[in-house]
Ligand binder design. Structure first.
Ligand SMILES: Cc1cc2nc3c(=O)[nH]c(=O)nc-3n(C[C@H](O)[C@H](O)[C@H](O)COP(=O)(O)OP(=O)(O)OC[C@H]3O[C@@H](n4cnc5c(N)ncnc54)[C@H](O)[C@@H]3O)c2cc1C
Length: 271
């Protein structure tokens, strides 16, 4: 049996109810965001320079256990800290090239009328609430029975209820298996309890997990052990194979959740 979910913007009585009157203009929100995010890189770099930290621009990769290459330069450190963060996981489904990443989502100047999020983590829920309040019709697909796995189950149940009351269509136990582009539409094919379904939308956002951004660091050549959840470290965040190398934040398999306060706590202190 095939279920077809029309998240079409064509007004119908029930769908009108699913769409909130916009509480703000999304372009205004983005302008406000840029007013405080855009000055940050320069301010940070100026701050680094003042404390004697040299900044190099470019992708870094290991050229030896404590040697790092950036562009034409090779830097030799007594110690090296890997703090490369994470990147969207490869969903390995046909049509994955049609996905919008969370970084791209945060650079949009306007939102389409219909947006579908694959994944039920905090990125999906945060963005879904913003998009719904900006007037988009929003769907979340999550393959497990309960979203937001890291968080308190009672609070998650309340959040899911409130999210649905807001008009956001939350489908649990629903796995996206393919994305197809058809003119201006994106069609997401799903599997839920053995049944196939389709969702039509205008944008599909990848919110289905992130992985440490360490694959292009040449760690194997440097002898630095890693696993899918990051650089393997001991309780002091020290590489288990190269003691002069440390890892912190989302790139480290330290057991901490991939959240900003954890990365700040683990990061080297400069003051
Ligand atoms: C959309 C989104 C929303 C989030 N919301 C929250 C939230 O509400 N609360 C919360 O606590 N956390 C949130 N997080 C998680 C939080 O952003 C991360 O946990 C935190 O930024 C991790 O810090 P980090 O220093 O480990 O890595 P990052 O902040 O990711 O920094 C890593 C940097 O290294 C760079 N880099 C990677 N590889 C290389 C290389 N080879 N050479 C040179 N540079 C490289 C990257 O480009 C990046 O600039 C969110 C994340 C996302 C994606």
């Amino acid at each position: 049996m095939e279920l077809c979910h029309q998240t079409s913007s064509v007004p119908t009585a029930s769908k009108d109810k699913d769409r909130l009157t916009p509480l703000f203009i999304y372009a205004d929100l983005m302008r406000f965001k840029r007013s405080f995010t855009e000055p940050v890189p320069k301010r940070r770099e100026d701050g680094f320079a003042k404390t004697g930290i040299a900044a190099f621009h470019g992708r870094a990769r290991f050229a030896g256990p404590t040697a790092v290459q950036v562009g034409e330069e090779t830097l030799q450190g007594r110690y090296v800290v890997i703090a490369a963060g994470d990147t969207p996981a490869d969903l390995e489904i046909p049509g994955a090239e049609h996905l919008t990443t969370s970084d791209q989502f945060l650079e949009l100047n306007e939102l389409p009328g219909r947006i579908l999020f694959i994944g039920g983590g905090y990125i999906a829920f945060e963005f879904a609430h913003v998009a719904a309040r900006a007037g988009s019709q929003v769907t979340i697909l999550h393959r497990g029975p309960r979203p937001l796995g890291l968080f308190d189950p009672n609070l998650v149940d309340q959040l899911v209820e409130q999210t649905r009351e807001l008009g956001i269509d939350v489908h649990l136990g629903t796995e996206a298996v393919e994305i197809e582009k058809s003119f201006a539409q994106l069609i997401v094919r799903t599997l839920a309890s053995g049944e196939t379904g389709t969702f039509q939308t205008q944008m599909v956002v990848h919110a289905a997990g992130r992985v440490p951004e360490i694959k292009d660091l040449n760690l194997d050549a440097a002898g630095i052990e890693w696993q899918n959840w990051g650089v393997r470290v001991n309780e002091f965040l020290q590489s288990v194979s190269i003691p002069a190398v440390y890892a912190a934040g989302d790139a480290a398999a330290s057991g901490g959740p991939p959240l900003a306060p954890v990365a700040s706590y683990e990061g080297p202190q400069t003051s």
